[in-house]
Each structure stands twice: as C-alpha cells, then as structure tokens.
Design a protein. Structure first.
Lengths: 327, 453, 297
C-alpha cells in the first residue's frame, strides 16, 4: 500500500516544477500497478480533471473565445443597430489611423505611461524608503498612505474633480496664498497631469507596500558589507538597494505600465476625455466608440491595437529589466 | 532566476495570440446566420393598422423616459389617472439617466427588452427612425392634418419619411433668465431686460463683477457651450442675424452661406473671448451659477423654472424673450413620445391609448404647471392664464418664433460645437478657421447620414 | 511628488558623509526627523481629499463653496436625502450581492485550482497553468465587447449574473493560491491518504484550513476589487435598479440629477468609501500581506 502512495503523482517537495526525473520514475513504475491500484490512480485523475474541467471551460468561454470573437469583430463593419455585419478586411484599422481623435488618444496614453509610471514608482519608493527610516508611528503612516488604494476610484475621481473645479478648494487655497488661480481640468495642457496626479495619489500605497516588502527582504549583511567598504548612504542606495530591489521594481513597472495603458475610470469621471480630447485615452476611445456610437468593429480594432501594445510593452520590459539585473 | 517563468509566460502568450490571429477568421459563419435572423425580424416590423384593443384583455405596457425627478413624479400620477380610465391597461414606468439614455435604449431594444411607449428627445428621432427602432404613429389615431392644425409648427421635425413618428406633451423654448437683484446692484432697471444683441452685451458688461485678481465674482452672462449655447446659436442667433441653419431638404448646412453665420458665431464666442463677461465651468455650469447668484443673465429653457422653484425658491429673477437682432427667433425643442417598431397587437393598441392620453389637453395643462414645459398644442398654450404668467409668458410669447433644428446626431453635433468654441478659447485658433472647421465636420455628419439613406 | 524624492535622497547623501559615532547618532536623528517631516507633509496630501469630501458632504448649499473645513452645522440630512432621493441604498445592496458572490466563487475555485496545480502531477499541467496565466495578459477592454455582445444575445444584459460572470474565477487568484499551496507539506496530504481520506476530503478538510489565512487575503482582495470595479458594470447594467455603487456614482452628474449638487455627490462618495475603510481596518494585516506577496513572487 505504502509503495503505491509513493508512486502517486503527488509531489513531495512542492516547490518546483516536476523534474524529468520524477516523470520518468512514474512511467517506469506504471506497469507495476495492478487493477486495484489503477483504480486509485484513476480516481485521482478523475478528481484532478473533475476539479479542472469547469474552470478550464470557464477560461475558454470567458477569456479565450472572446479574444477570437474580438479579432473577428475587428475585421467587420459591426454597427450594433444594423443587421448586416459585412467583412471589411483592415478597413477598421485603416480608419482608426486616419482618425485624429484615435491618434490623439494614442499620444495621450503615451503621456499617461511616460509620466505616470516613473512618477508612481518614484513616489512609492520614496515613501517606502522614508518609512524605513522611522520607527514610531510607522504602521500609522503606512496605513494612511495605503488607504487611497482601497477606495473606490470613481468616488475619488469625483472628489478630485470637485477639489480642482474653477471655484474649488484648490483655487481657493491658491488665492489665499496670493497666487494665480489655475484652470486645472479646464486646460488642455494641464488637465492630463492632474489626472495622472490623481492616479499616482491613489496607487502610492500599493507601490509603497510592494517596495517595503522588497526592502525588508534585502539582507542587512549587504548593507553592513557596503558600509565596511566605506560606502556612503547614496552609494549604498545605488549599489545595494537598487540592484537587489530590481525584481520588485520590475514587477512594479509592469503593473504600473499596464495600469496606465488602461487609463479609463479617472479620465471618464474627471474630464470625460476633454477639454479638446486632451485627456482622452485609448480605453475611453474604445468605450465611446463601442458603447456610445455602437461601432463595435472599429472599437474591436482599437482593442486589438491596445492588446498588441500591452503585449509588446510587457515583453520588452521583461527583457530590458531582466538584463539589467545580471551585471 | 525567478523572472524566467514570467518571460516564458509572456512568450507563450505571444505565441498563443499569434495562433489565435491565424484562426481568427474561421469564426464567421454562426454570426452571419444569427444576423440574417435579425434582419428578417427588422423588416417585418413596419405594421400599418393597429388592432383594436379587446376590452376584456388585460395588458401591461412599459413607458420609458429619462430620469428627471419632476417628470418621473408627474408621470406616475398620470399613470394612475390613465389606469382609472382604462382599467384593463397597466402602465409601468422605467427611467434611465439622461447621459446614458441612448446607450441603454440601443442595447435593450435589440435584446427584446424594449418599451411600448418611449420618450425621446426630438433630435434623436432621425437616428432612431433610420435604425428601424420606431414605427410611424397610426394615421387613423393621429392624423397628420390634425397634428399640423393643432400643434405648433416646429413639431413637424418629428415628421420623417412623410409620417409622424412621435408627439410631444410639452415643448420648450429658450428664454433669457435674469437676476433682478444683481440688476439693481449694477444700477440697471430690473424691469427692463436687454432686448437686442447690443443691449445684451452692454448689460452683461455692467453686470460682471471681478475681484482684484481679475477673477469673476459674478459673471454677467452664464456662458456654457456644453449647455444651451449650441441651441441658441443654431435656432436663435443664426436666424436673428439673417442666416439659416440648413437647406429645405435638411441636407446642407447653410451657416456660411452669408457672412451672417460667422457674425452669429463670433457674437456668441465674444462673450467669453472679447467682452469677458462669462466663462465655462464657473460654479460648475451656467444653470448653477445663475441659481446661486453668480451669473446675472443666462440663456436657458423653460424647464429650468421648476428646478429653480424647487432649489432656490427665493431667487428674485425675471424672464425675457431672447434679445433679437435683424429677426426674432428662439430655439424650441421637445421630448416626444414614440412607439417602438416591435410593439404589436394588444400592446400596440394600449400604447396608442396611452399616447393619446399623454398628448391630450388635460395632461398638457398638468405638464406645464408641474414641469414648466409649455403645452405643445396651440389652443392649450395660448390661454390667458399662461400668456399672462410672469414667468411662462415670455416663453409662450416666443413659441410662434420657435424653431427646432434638425439633428443628425445631437450628441456629436453638440460635441463638435463645443470643440470649435474651445479651439478659439483655449488654443487661440482664429474664429473664422474654427467656424469653417466646425461646418466641415458637421456637414460630414450630414453627408454620411444622407448617403446611407 | 518627484520633488519629495530628490529631497530625501539629497538628505541621505549629504548626511552620509559624517563619520564618528556621535555624529552617526545625531545624523540618524536628523534623518528620522526629516523623514517624519516629509511623511507628514505627504500625509496631508493623502488625507486632505477625504477630509474635504466629508466636510462638503455635511455642508448646506449656501456654504458649499466656502473654504471652511468645518461645516457650520453638520447637515446630516444630506445623507438622509442621499438614500431617499436616489437609489443609493439599492446600489449598495447590488454592490454587496455581487461582491459576496464573486468572492465566494473566486475563493472556492481559485483555491481548488491552486491546490491541484501545486500538489499534483498530471499530463498537461504546465500547459494548463500557462494557459490560465496567459489570460492575465489580455486586457479586460478587449474582452468587454465580446462579453457584451454575448450577453445581449443570451439575455444577460442588466442582470446580476451579467455583472458577475466574468469574475467568477480569476487567474490572479489561482496564481496566488498556487504559491501558498506549495508551502503545504505533501507528507500531511499523503498521511491523510493513508488514512483513507477521499481527495475531496483532503482538499476541504486539510488543504483549505492550512491556507485559510491566504484564503482570507484572497477573499478580501476579491471583495475590494469587485466593490470598486467599474468598466464592466458600467456597460452591462442598464437600469438604475441594477447599478453598483461606482456606476451609480458616475451617473450623479447627469443633467437630470443636477450636476451642481456636489453635496450629494460627496455624500455618495463618502458612503461608498466607508465600507472599504471598515474592511481595511479589520483586515489590514491580510491585505498588506497579500499585496506584499504578489509583489515578491
């Protein structure tokens, strides 16, 4: 009996992927298993696939098929109101690249990523580093910095919109200080940065936590060694903290980039994409095209483009940041 | 080391998607089938004569309108009245937020969850009719000749492809709201509102109050392109200056046929750009700035009367007809009730009954008293009790000058207008150029619409 | 924000030059003093929007635009008006229903799949895991249109099921639970097998309890995610009676609702934020651990 259990496909280490050795072992023992034992194995496989069947069907239906469907729709003129959905080849893509608003949303999304990602990482890392240097009230600060992350994005967007209104409290404070009031969300040059600020404000807590965990994982030993070598705190930060934190930074950059590439909720609720489309993002464009104009074909084509961008971005970032850690 | 699996995942995902793209086209057949089914259904929907309602049958119909508290309340009362007269008909009201109204309708109607009577902004009608959502009102119950004799002429915008598709209960015109207290404060006669273009400019300049930083304390004119300015421009200013909105067949914009169009556009923008008597976003928007006493004059619709009454009952304000120039003209608009194309049989008969009730004189009187929207039938509107009303009077007096311009797509046309104004204001684009661009872009909407006909 | 950072770095740098023991102490005191200063300044930025939100929600229309932080007389009626004048109560209930069902489903399925993927060998395991993880790479936006088109064909538009179905099982949760399940000692499972326990029994009576704190983390994160999710509920819900709180909030500004009613908007924002604060205060440890774990693995 005991041997049978030994030979079951249950992994004992549990940490790594199955080694070729393990699987060979299993194969070798397979003929030894008699009728009763096979029943046991069969039961186990039944259990495994029984558990996985529903979830796999789910992923196929809710994730895989829709992608296929999306590609299909993107090659059609798919007005929800019209009964015909003719195949139009790449016409949707072509028309997107002639659409000023779409190109603008691509540019704006680039701004969201280029300004937002570093801003968010630097802010989160800064708070984490500062928190590391204090002892009293540390949990309190950590809690407060984290709270915005768990609050509703929609609610927070409205609060920011209210604060940044023409007659809002932000301008009130500026006037009190004797400064000029600002148009904030009413200015095509400023508004995108205020949206980014709101996004960063909300995600500092997340980045901070991730970095705190990462910092705590760096063995003190390295710092001590660096100190003995006479490294100042900047050089310790530069040569110990940053390289050892690299995997965490990589994670943060990927998460943040995907987040900013998908900017939507804040944009919709703070400016609706305006003024003059200066804050319009790809996702908002998709939303408007699909669910306001009901041009599903064009909207799907835009999602395909977004998908390709996100994919390329992720692969690129993983490669670039991966290389850095090696030297 | 740890990152390797992630990289592998990324690569796998890439390969995976490439594989998907390759077979992405194999998926077409089933959809086409389903679609042709839809098509068949759509072409069947234009039924002509409604069957008469069997008096013993119980029917439930659904009424949809947008979420406007006063209207929702009144409709509920009206439904009670209607059900007393028609005990075999039950009416259920459903409401949607204004912003999302079109979206909701467009998604729910094809899904078969549609209403039996639907309240639509007149500017949306062409799109709805073109999409095959609506059926023409049965000629037997709503003869076109009778409608044209009884209703104000601009209701004719609901006549498409030669038939009426919708009828309003109430209509609205734009008027000039002015704050009497602020008039007194600025040394102006509170009983003499501006009557001409020129006067409006001088008055608003006098009424504007700035602080030492040059910021508005009170704007002379509630200037909000996203609110009513687009309508004011197209049905008010354009005609007042001597221009026209569209050609007779509604195919071509005539804004720049004569210099008058540009003059009207410039007049509108100059309140913010040249005279600096108002700006968008001041105290959220024009209506709110006016309500809170931060805008002295505002161009707004009669429907605002009820909300002012409710929110700021003490506001000391007056109403005047829109200032005129070479001609008189105001924008008229309305929400109209229509019957979707898939309503048939008993439901259609019940819907017709309800629609008759909603457009009846008695209901129109209740409507103007509770909502502030003016009766759509001349006979009801032109009663002394309304003409002599201090607040309603000026709106009603303008009804004969009322115009309701044709829209291809209300939202898009308004967006284009707001963008053109923003170009001038925020990007210093010359007014002439912004105006030309606006016409080109709007005309394109029209061309696309008519090309599909 | 970048200003704060450079200031912090410069401080660290210049102070780092000092050498003797006494100066080290002084230096670290100075460092922590400056850290406190900067953190407190940041704290004000983090907290102010909430304070302003609550302050506005308690003001009367007359003082809505005033700069005072404390309302003259807290107008608690604003909250009453929120619940009587808008379907806010319904939205809360909807959000709650959706979040609870999603959380239950995710915790059950994700933990189960995580367990299977961590503790068993079988054909196609690696493929299955990669397949599930690769779905994380697909942006939700790309799926929304097909989901919506399916839903309208299947009559799921404007139903709870319609809001729920895409989030019943999450790849992220599977990833998370697989990490935790790997730490469950296989010996323990084997011992149970020797005792003749069924696989289901092992799953529910041994594996689940062993990772219960991880499940708690997953539950909380799922609940928060569902409570705050916006784009999909925005599209799939159609009538006010089906809205979740974020969707309802987004509609506060429509013409009819009177966009100037910032008091009501802020009262709504406060109400939509409060349950989360409660959840957070109670489960802070689990949340923080969950996030730290995802970042490190």
């Amino acid at each position: 009996m005991e041997r049978v259990i030994d030979s079951t496909p249950v992994e004992s280490g549990g940490r790594t992927e199955p080694t070729p050795k393990g699987s060979r072992q299993r194969q070798r023992r397979l003929p030894l298993i008699g009728g009763v034992r096979l029943g046991l194995r069969g039961k186990r496989y039944l259990f495994i696939y029984g558990c996985l069947l529903l979830p796999l069907l789910f992923f196929a239906a809710v994730r895989l098929l829709p992608i296929l469907y999306s590609f299909n729709v993107s090659f059609r003129e798919w007005a929800i109101l019209s009964p015909d959905k003719p195949f139009v080849g790449f016409a949707n893509f072509a028309s997107l690249f002639q659409d000023e608003v779409f190109l603008g949303s691509l540019r704006n999304t680039a701004v969201y990523v280029i300004v937002g990602v570093p801003g968010q990482i630097v802010a989160g890392l800064a708070v984490a580093l500062l928190l590391q240097r204090i002892t009293v009230l540390r949990t309190f600060f950590r809690t407060v910095y984290f709270i915005p992350y768990i609050t509703s994005v929609v609610a927070v967007s409205w609060v920011f919109r209210w604060i940044l209104m023409k007659n809002g409290v932000a301008n009130g404070i500026l006037l009190e200080l004797g400064l000029d009031p600002q148009p904030f969300l009413y200015s095509p040059s400023q508004s995108i940065f205020w949206i980014i600020a709101a996004m960063i404000w909300q995600s500092i807590g997340f980045q901070m936590l991730v970095f705190l965990a990462g910092l705590e994982n760096i063995p003190r030993l390295y710092y001590d060694a660096a100190s003995i070598d006479g490294a100042g705190s900047w050089s310790r930060f530069r040569h110990v903290t940053i390289p050892l934190l690299n995997p965490v930074i990589l994670f943060s950059v990927v998460i943040a980039s995907i987040g900013f590439l998908q900017s939507f909720t804040q944009v919709l609720n703070m400016t609706g994409g305006g003024p003059l489309n200066s804050t319009n993002s790809i996702v908002l464009y998709i939303y408007n095209t699909a669910f306001k104009s009901f041009e599903m074909g064009r909207a799907s084509a835009a999602t395909v483009i977004l998908f390709v961008i996100i994919l390329a971005f992720t692969v690129l970032q993983l490669k670039v940041l991966d290389r850095k850690v090696e030297y | 080391m740890k990152k390797r699996p992630i990289l592998a995942i990324a690569a796998a995902a890439l390969a995976f998607t490439l594989a998907l793209t390759a077979c992405g086209n194999g998926n077409n057949k089933p959809n086409e089938k389903a679609d042709s089914g839809n098509k068949e259904k759509a072409s069947n929907t234009q039924t002509a004569e409604p069957p008469k309602l069997d008096p013993n049958a119980k029917v439930t119909i659904e009424y949809w309108q947008y979420e406007f508290p006063a209207k929702v309340e009144l409709i509920n009362e009206l439904i009670t009245q209607f059900q007393q007269e028609h005990p075999n008909i039950t009416v259920k009201q459903t409401n949607f937020p204004y912003d999302q109204y079109n979206q909701k309708v467009a998604t729910l109607v094809p899904a078969g969850k549609g209403p039996d009577v639907i309240n639509l902004y007149y500017g949306w009608l062409p799109k709805y009719v073109a999409s095959g959502y609506l059926q023409p009102l049965p000629e037997a119950d709503f003869p076109a000749a009778e409608i044209e004799a009884n209703f104000f002429p601009f209701v004719e915008t609901a006549k498409l492809n030669g038939g009426y598709y919708a009828l309003p209960t109430g209509v609205r015109t734009l008027g000039l709201f002015y704050n009497k207290d602020l008039f007194v404060k600025a040394g102006l006669d509170p009983n003499k509102p501006p009557a001409t273009w020129e006067e409006l400019v001088t008055y608003t300049k006098k009424l504007t109050e700035l602080d030492d930083k040059g910021q508005f304390v009170v704007e002379g004119f509630g200037w909000e392109p996203g609110s009513q300015l687009h309508h004011w421009f197209r049905d008010g200013l354009l005609y007042q200056a001597g221009a026209q909105d569209t050609s007779e067949d509604r195919k071509k914009l005539l804004w720049n046929e004569t210099p008058a169009g540009l003059e009207a556009f410039k007049y509108l923008i100059d309140f913010a750009k040249e005279h600096k008597v108002g700006i968008n976003g001041f105290y959220t928007d024009d209506a709110n700035a006016f309500k809170t006493g931060h805008a002295a004059i505002n161009v707004d619709g009669s429907y605002r009367l009820s909300s002012i009454k409710k929110d700021v009952p003490d506001l000391n304000y007056g109403i005047a007809p829109l200032p005129s120039y070479k001609n008189k003209s105001t924008q008229a608009s309305f929400w109209a009730n229509a019957i979707p194309s898939n309503v048939k049989g008993d439901k259609l008969a019940a819907a017709v009954e309800f629609l008759k009730f909603l457009t009846s004189k008695g209901v129109q009187e209740q409507w103007v008293e509770k909502i502030g929207e003016l009766p759509a039938q001349k006979e009801v509107a032109l009663q002394d009790k309304y003409i002599n009303d201090e607040k309603l009077g000026p709106f009603i007096a303008q009804l004969p000058d009322g115009r309701a311009h044709f829209f291809i797509d209300e939202t898009q046309e308004r967006t284009l207008f707001v963008e053109a104004v923003d170009q001038v204001l925020l990007k210093d684009v010359p007014i002439e150029k912004a105006f030309e661009d606006l016409i080109t872009k709007t005309q394109k909407l029209y061309d696309d619409y008519w090309a599909k006909k | 924000m970048s200003k704060t950072v450079s200031a912090g770095d410069v401080t660290g740098n210049s102070l780092g030059a000092a050498g003797t023991k006494g100066s080290v102490k002084r230096r670290s005191a100075a460092v922590s003093a400056i850290s406190y200063l900067l953190l407190t300044a940041g704290l004000a930025v983090m907290v102010f929007p909430f304070i302003w939100m609550i302050a506005t929600s308690l003001k009367t229309p007359q003082e809505m635009y005033s700069l005072s932080l404390i309302p003259q007389l807290p107008a608690w009626d604003n909250y009453k008006a929120l619940f009587t004048g808008s379907p806010f109560g319904t939205w809360i209930i909807n959000s709650f229903i959706v979040a609870v069902i999603a959380t239950a489903s995710v915790c059950l399925f994700d933990t189960m799949i995580g367990y299977i993927l961590a503790k068993f060998h079988f054909h196609g395991k690696k493929t299955i895991y990669l397949f599930i993880l690769s779905t994380l790479m697909v942006p939700t936006e790309m799926l929304i249109i097909p989901w919506f088109l399916y839903s309208s064909k299947l009559g799921w538009v404007d139903t709870y099921w319609g809001i729920l179905f895409p989030g019943l099982i999450t790849a992220f949760g599977i990833f998370l639970m697989r990490q935790f399940m790997e730490s469950v000692p296989s010996d323990l499972l084997d011992a149970a097998r020797i005792d003749g326990m069924s696989e289901w029994g092992i799953l529910f009576k041994i594996a689940f309890p062993l990772v219960r704190s991880a499940i708690a983390t997953l539950c909380i994160l799922t609940f928060l995610g569902s409570w705050n999710s916006f784009i999909w509920p925005l599209i799939i819900t159609q009538t006010e009676g089906r809205f979740t709180i974020p969707v309802g909030m987004a509609f506060f500004s429509s013409e009819a609702k009177d966009s100037s009613n910032w008091i009501q908007i802020m009262a709504g924002a406060t109400v939509s934020v409060l349950p989360l604060l409660l959840v957070f205060v109670v489960f802070q440890k689990q949340i923080i651990r969950g996030i730290a774990t995802t970042g490190l693995k």
